[in-house]
Design a protein around this ligand. Sequence first.
Ligand code: THU
Length: 130
Amino acid sequence: MSHDLFEAARTAMARAYAPYSRFPVGAALRTEDGRIFTGANVEVASYPEGWCAETTALGHYVMAGGGKIVEIAVLAERVAKCSPCGGCRQRLAEFCGPETKLYLCDSTGVTETVTMGDMLPYGFRADILK
Ligand code: THU
């Protein structure tokens, strides 16, 4: 992973709004044409209404026109590896292939590299709706 994707995720994490969990998370996505979209988690006093860093990043990505996602970096301030939650795996998979790389990071860099296929094997897929 190039350092700019990691830096983008770390910068995003600094913008997290996580006053309830105190668990800031940052995410950055790169499309095949090199664009980077970032997000942080956003919490709400009515707890279930908050959302994840990956979801914020996907919103930015969709509003900028989308494209194929080839790399994703995620980090949380408090842990060495922040693995995307089940809902975010499904949301990310909507715009990724099984080969898309996912970098789990700490505040210094990548701690583990996996693929979306590793993260969501046997997921619900759009082709079933046809
Ligand atoms: N969180 C994320 O932003 N991404 C994940 O994949 C896992 C969890 C956030 C949601 C909540 O604001 C905080 O982490 C604690 O659950």
